[in-house]
Design a protein around this ligand. Structure first.
Ligand code: GDP
Ligand code: MG
Length: 441
């Protein structure tokens, strides 16, 4: 796919901003990538539409093609859509015993995921967990959960033959409360397709159990059907989150995007194998890269941005070596400082500047000041920025007023500029400058 994209991108022209044509060409390929990753058709279409609006008119980073840039925008947008609010592993499990209802199609991995999560909550969060299987449909389903419970050292509700799912849920609730458990997992019966009878059963169980979380377990290899499964379960039962299983396989995980788009519910965990430890909190970055299958391009665009900044550093260094340091240079410096976590952070990084950082702090030299200084430089004319010696009283008044500040503050900025220019000159002669500017960028 990357090869195909490469071909398309080479044909794209380079210009300052992404044109509609650039975006459309690149997005045609992205659309194919989404469909190949099993993202459902309407979801892919809507997603592309949203990205088109975002991408058109954006500035193109030097040394990448417009197409590559579009892919980066797509990638970032994918991550935004995939990420829910809050940490993925933050399940609502206060007020013990908190019931967690596990729902999904047959074979999606509910029972396995139940045991994996139980193990995790026990080991990571020190919770006392009780497992209960409500699967009265499949022979040996209850035993399966009990056996897994035994393996991970977690209690399971004793099996009583002949009970209905609702009866088991009631007994499990009582047992969890009496036994002092923190968490009760209710592993429901699967269904091959969305099936009214079983849906009614899950609803009845839900009403009895009053779960704090209802997790929909979906096979990550599910394709176009993911949308139906998610919207049916969410509509009929009401889910609080999704677990995506079999992400250890070849699937590209497009189901994740489909389900996020349709339900808006967070994806909590991904299953990565059959073993009890093979579960991890959902990472949108990883799944986004996988859906697009273009991780290399994303890395390339990031690299290009870095290179661009390094080039800028080089240019500045050459200026300093010639003893040139005007207000434009100072502004670049100040803006970089803001980006790097402010004055204190920056000076702390420079050799021999630790003491100065302390002094600056006591003198009230902080980020607010950086912002005011950038504003002052902004209200100078082009000529004044290039040659600060021009600044006499009347010009100073105008500039200060333009930034809504006192002339006094402008004077301080000018003094600082002069000091810095002197230092730059000296250091420029002495060498070692390159290293320092690199650091500052
Ligand atoms: P249920 O019918 O929804 O309860 O599904 P099960 O938990 O019984 O799982 C069905 C099969 O899928 C079992 O063989 C599991 O070992 C397997 N399975 C579950 N989760 C994963 C996963 O994340 N990766 C892989 N490779 N297999 C899984
Ligand atoms: Mg099961």
């Amino acid at each position: 796919l990357s090869e195909r994209l490469g071909g398309v991108f080479d044909r794209l022209t380079r210009q300052g901003a992404l044109s509609e044509a650039d975006v459309a060409t690149a997005l045609r390929e992205v659309r194919v990538a989404l469909l190949e990753a099993d993202v459902s058709l309407p979801v892919a279409r809507d997603f592309i539409k949203a990205v088109t609006v975002k991408a058109t008119g954006q500035a193109v980073t030097k040394s990448v093609t417009p197409g590559q840039q579009v892919v980066k925008i797509v990638h970032d947008e994918l991550i935004r859509v995939l990420a829910g609010e809050g940490a993925p592993e933050a399940l609502k499990i206060d007020n013990p015993p908190a019931a967690i209802l596990m729902v999904g199609l047959q074979g999606s991995g509910k029972t396995t995921t139940t045991a994996k999560l139980a193990k995790r909550l026990k080991e990571k969060n020190g919770k006392r967990v009780l497992l209960a299987s409500l699967d009265t449909n499949r022979p040996a389903a209850m035993e399966q959960l009990a056996i897994l419970g035994g393996q991970i050292g977690v209690d399971s509700l004793p099996i009583v033959k002949g009970e209905s799912a609702v009866q088991i849920a009631k007994r499990a609730k009582t047992q969890a409360a009496m036994g002092g458990y923190d968490i009760l997992f209710l592993d429901t019966a699967g269904r091959l397709h969305i099936d009214e009878v079983l849906m009614d059963e899950v609803q009845a169980v839900r009403d009895i159990a009053q779960p704090r979380e209802t997790l929909l377990v979906v096979d990550g290899l599910t394709g176009q059907d993911a949308v139906n499964v998610a919207s049916e379960f969410d509509g009929k039962v009401g889910i609080s989150g999704v677990v995506l299983t079999r992400m250890d396989g070849d699937g590209r995980g497009g189901a994740a995007l489909s389900m996020r788009a349709v339900t808006g519910k967070p994806i909590r965990f991904v299953g990565l194998g059959e073993k009890m430890d093979a579960i991890e909190p959902f990472e949108p970055e990883r799944v986004a890269g996988r859906i697009l299958g273009m991780g290399d391009i994303v890395a390339l665009v990031e690299k290009a941005r870095e290179t661009f900044e390094a080039e800028q550093a080089e240019r500045m260094m050459k200026r300093f070596q010639k003893g040139l340091f005007n207000m434009n240079d100072l502004r670049t410096q100040l803006e970089q400082m803001m980006k790097m976590g402010g004055m204190q952070g920056l000076m702390g990084m420079m050799p021999g500047m630790g003491k100065m950082a302390k002094q600056a702090e006591t003198a009230g030299f902080d980020d607010r000041m950086l912002r005011r200084q950038i504003a002052l430089i902004g209200s100078m004319t082009k000529k004044e920025r290039a040659n600060p010696d021009l600044l006499q009283a009347s010009r100073k008044k105008r500039i200060a007023a333009g930034a809504g500040l006192e002339v006094q503050e402008l004077n301080r900025l000018l003094k600082q500029h002069k000091q810095m220019a002197d230092v730059m000159k000296k250091m420029g002669k002495g060498g070692g400058m390159k290293q320092m500017i690199r650091q500052m960028m």
